[in-house]
Design a binder for this molecule. Sequence first.
Ligand SMILES: Cc1cc2nc3c(=O)[nH]c(=O)nc-3n(C[C@H](O)[C@H](O)[C@H](O)COP(=O)(O)OP(=O)(O)OC[C@H]3O[C@@H](n4cnc5c(N)ncnc54)[C@H](O)[C@@H]3O)c2cc1C
Length: 413
Amino acid sequence: MAEINTLIIGGGPAGLMAAVRASSLGQRVIVLEKNASVGEKLLISGRGRCNFTNAEQDMNTFISKYGDNGKFLYSAFSKFGPRETILFFVNHGVNVIEERGKRIFPAEGGSQKILDKLLLECKKGGVRIFRNTPVKALRVRNSRVECVITERDELRADKYIIATGGKSYPDTGSTGDGYIFAQQAGHSITKLFPALVPVRTRETWPKLASGCNLRNIRLKVIRDGKEIDSRFGEMEFTNFGVSGPIVMELSSYIPKWQEGSESLEFSLDVKPSLTHEILTARIKRDIEKYSGKKRFATLARGLVPKDFMRLILELADIPSDKPVEYISDEEICEFVNLLKDIRMNINGLWSFKNAVVTNGGVNLKEVDPSTMRSKLCGNLYFAGEVLDLNGPSGGFNLQICWSTGYISGSVNE
Ligand SMILES: Cc1cc2nc3c(=O)[nH]c(=O)nc-3n(C[C@H](O)[C@H](O)[C@H](O)COP(=O)(O)OP(=O)(O)OC[C@H]3O[C@@H](n4cnc5c(N)ncnc54)[C@H](O)[C@@H]3O)c2cc1C
């Protein structure tokens, strides 16, 4: 038997969970981490508060959050799912709280607390963590990994786990190296896109309202003139387009929707609970009431936030200082049409640098879902974001790491 049983590449949440699990089974484990410290991305997760899983009880609903690839997770979740994850951290002294959208956070201490607990368990299990140790390549022979090559050494183990993360937020160390290692072992990588990322628009006017946040709006996606999706919630204008929770959520589907389409647009309904007729009647009533007393901008201010009001008047071509009694029926109509349907042409996504996760990764057809073992290379395993799995915000992405990390660390070679 080699001196090392399990060698893990990457000290993020997936790699550390794999290390905790493997060492608890008596394995001699080492983790190779290229950064000077482990868990850099984990530390910024949930703005440092770490939304580490979700309390959704219904497994089918939980799995549906991951789209078509979610079914790959049934086996892993049945062994170590969200419930077991919460119990794991609670049993290791982390109090948890549930917030909006069933998001689960540590009650105190945030991401640092989660990382500290993982490191404590690694220490108890005798896991050796080599920091500042980037892996350069895998050497593969006869469908088995023979060794990993670092700048200084070649290291051999019974079993290897690739837990190098994706390509998003590369400053945290996730620079896509794992995809190259997987390819060295014969794996295919599905097309990679940034996901949970702001969206660029062809129009440049969003920058006029940059930073403006709109709540309780409906954002529809229009592909070649037909509505194909629609979300209710919160969004924000940026210098290059739009962002905010519902935009980030929709961003994961945009590359797929763009394929073969002639046009892809957002349609923003700022007043989804009011019809054209109700809005028109309300504005006409207000005009009558404030005739001779107010400017249209003051009236519009009662309908939309101040920083957005300037933008919508600009789009409607109504001078903000125009007295209400001079507003024509055509101007009212144009204003209401805009409240109900502001169009923006989707012009792509921001880069991986700003993306919360990576869409795409190691092809799931080539990985055994019950063990995370490669189907192509006997002693190779995968865990975390390097796999072709991603979910919406709400704790769903870290759950991939806990489950696949735990499962990949569970099998002795
Ligand atoms: C700003 C932000 C906020 C987020 N908030 C949340 C949240 O609240 N909830 C949630 O569920 N998800 C959140 N996520 C997503 C979540 O952080 C990731 O899904 C998760 O960190 C992926 O874990 P991982 O272990 O697979 O990879 P990573 O966390 O990326 O870790 C991979 C590790 O491998 C190391 N590595 C890479 N290449 C090599 C190499 N060649 N040699 C050695 N080491 C290497 C890297 O340095 C890194 O430490 C957030 C992401 C971001 C960017």
